[in-house]
Design a protein around this ligand. Structure first.
Ligand SMILES: Nc1nc2c(ncn2[C@@H]2O[C@H](COP(=O)(O)OP(=O)(O)OP(=O)(O)O)[C@@H](O)[C@H]2O)c(=O)[nH]1
Length: 547
């Protein structure tokens, strides 16, 4: 367990201790209120019963979370009993009230002896220390495959090491902890020693390795043998390095997504803090808003993937809050999960009809909370990505990249920092399509997209502007620096060997750069970069020109 997780565990335990202390202190108030109920006259009993009902409702929703599920169940039963009296609006008779008081007394005595049931294993999605640059180990009896992959994948920043003997492979695995093993498998049979090693690598909890198999021919039997070894990809010789790189990127992108963000809106400070710690322990980011009125500010600053909303809050209810969220188009896609100890399914459905996507009944186990939130966040992120990202390259789509450029121009205007806009276009790309087909053309486009993602900063904006055109916005970057970066990418791209129909070929691109003039619109700035691109094409292609 990492230091951060140790720390979270410690905080959870402290929180439980505070909860128990608060619970013990609270019993005298509960007993006093229950005593008042006994003595209350016809007109006063409802308000006391209402207050008690709320107390037991809160207890029913929180006790299980803090390791006291039995107490939670008993509190729920008392809440329901009070609810039944209030529903028919009839003062309970003396015997019922006395029995009620006894049950409260019993519960209070018991609660100090109840043992906390600490949660078992918590949900922790695998640790991801991946970068977009992969460590690739090639195991092949001849050195050719290693050499080929080395020259094809190094331009993307991947580290490729090739070994030819099992003993060396073992040593390399220990030393380098590869992300990917490329196994040259000329036959379907693999020696047992190698099988065992591969199996161990794949199951490594800290750093599982992904297996790609390279075979001699496209056949069902070979593919099946690869599947049985646990391969995530099967390629045939001569290998198409661009296709392999695409697979690697997909793998890495999936693993190094930014952490999911969860906004928790709950007026119960301790419970909200507990949920926050559980969600953080599961590798997500969580922010708590205890005051519903501050929720919109929380939303703006945090941009959550999921909102967890308490249903019963004093100022306004969860469904009301959910409707306020849904007033804004920008939050329409964010899933809202209600958290409530409400067990009446009709009321749950009513809440969902108003707004909201899911209902979690309190108490929920820590594991179930983390899994539900993680799954919702993952799905929401996928959908959001699909809406704004180009399916071939994973880059921002035309409209989104233009929007992002406008945002960057506004930011640059405020911060007075330099911003560069760049337009890139593949050279003679029609010929690539004509000669090798559209599919290979697509691979070339994807490779350039991957290279751009690899070489540019996280803060840079990268979009697919048109078929074989890309638009970039490089904030806080001088024109000179941007020229150097683009030239470096241009050279790396030129060095990538593509292969099709047993032929190898390379591609180039041209680029036009402009320092953004914040007085101009984003379209006008794009136009300036486009003119520079035209100059680059006119001056012979495979070059970078400035506006
Ligand atoms: N494979 C593939 N080809 C595309 C895609 N989008 C556009 N293209 C092709 O890209 C080619 C662009 O050709 P042109 O605009 O004539 O330019 P070019 O051949 O690249 O020549 P220059 O830009 O002048 O160097 C066309 O053949 C389009 O069909 C795509 O998504 N996939």
């Amino acid at each position: 367990m990492s230091a951060k997780r140790d720390d979270i565990q410690q905080q959870l335990e402290q929180l439980r201790a505070s909860y128990l202390a608060q619970l013990q202190q609270g019993w005298s108030d509960v007993m006093a209120e229950a005593g008042q109920l006994l003595e209350a006259d016809n007109s006063g009993w409802q308000s006391i019963a209402q207050a008690l009902k709320l107390r037991f409702h809160t207890l029913a929703g929180s006790a299980g979370t803090f390791g006291l599920p039995e107490l939670g169940q008993q509190a729920k039963a008392l809440e329901m009993e009070l609810g039944a009296w209030l529903d028919i609006d009839r003062r309970p008779d003396l015997t019922s009230k006395q029995q009620f008081l006894e049950r409260v007394q019993e519960l209070s005595n018991h609660s100090s002896h109840q043992q906390q049931q600490l949660p078992s294993t918590l949900f922790q999605p695998s640790d991801d220390e991946f970068t977009r640059k992969a460590r690739i180990l090639v195991f092949s009896k001849d050195g050719q495959l290693g050499q080929q992959l080395h020259s094809a994948l190094e331009p993307f920043g991947h580290q490729v090491q090739s070994v030819q003997q099992l003993e060396l492979l073992r040593a390399a695995v220990l030393e380098r902890q590869p992300d990917v093993l490329m196994l040259d498998m000329p036959q379907q049979r693999v020696p047992q020693g190698l099988k065992t090693l591969i199996n161990t690598m794949q199951k490594d909890e800290q750093h599982p390795t992904v297996l790609f198999v390279v075979g001699e021919k496209e056949s069902f039997a070979h593919s099946l043998a690869a599947v049985r070894l646990g391969a995530a990809g099967y390629f045939i010789k001569p290998v198409n390095a661009a296709a392999i790189e695409l697979r690697i990127q997909r793998l890495l992108t999936k693993r190094q997504q930014a952490r999911f963000r969860v906004l928790i809106v709950d007026d119960d400070v301790m419970l909200a803090r507990h949920y926050q710690l559980i969600i953080e322990q599961a590798g997500m980011e969580a922010k708590v808003v205890n005051d519903p009125a501050k929720m919109l500010i929380g939303l703006q600053g945090f941009q959550p993937d999921v909102i967890l909303l308490d249903v019963n809050m004093p100022e306004c209810s969860g469904p009301e809050l959910a409707q306020i969220i849904r007033f804004k188009d920008e939050w329409l896609g964010v899933p809202i999960i209600y958290l409530s100890s409400e067990t009446d399914s009709q009321r749950q459905l009513d809440a969902l009809v108003k707004a909201g996507d899911d209902f979690i009944s309190k108490p929920i186990t820590d594991q179930a909370l983390a899994v539900t939130v993680f799954a919702r966040a993952q799905r929401a992120r996928q959908l959001a990505e699909m809406m704004t990202r180009d399916s071939l390259t994973g880059l921002l789509q035309h409209a989104t990249v233009k929007d992002r450029l406008s945002d960057e121009i506004a930011k640059a205007k405020r911060s007075k920092q330099e911003l560069v806009v760049a337009m890139l276009d593949l050279d003679h790309f029609k010929k690539v399509n004509d000669q090798y087909g559209h599919l290979i053309g697509d691979q070339v486009i994807s490779s350039l997209a991957n290279l751009l993602q690899q070489k540019l900063r996280k803060t840079d904006v990268i979009g697919r502007y048109g078929g074989e055109e890309f638009l970039l916005a490089l904030p806080d970057c001088s024109l000179q620096k941007a020229t150097d970066i683009l030239n470096n990418i241009r050279q790396s791209f030129q060095a990538i060997p593509f292969s099709a129909q047993e032929q190898s070929f390379s591609c180039t691109f041209s680029a036009g750069l402009a320092r953004v003039d914040t007085q101009l619109s984003s379209d006008e700035n794009i136009e300036r970069a486009d003119q520079a691109l035209y100059k680059a094409k006119h001056n012979g292609r495979n070059r970078v020109e400035l506006a």
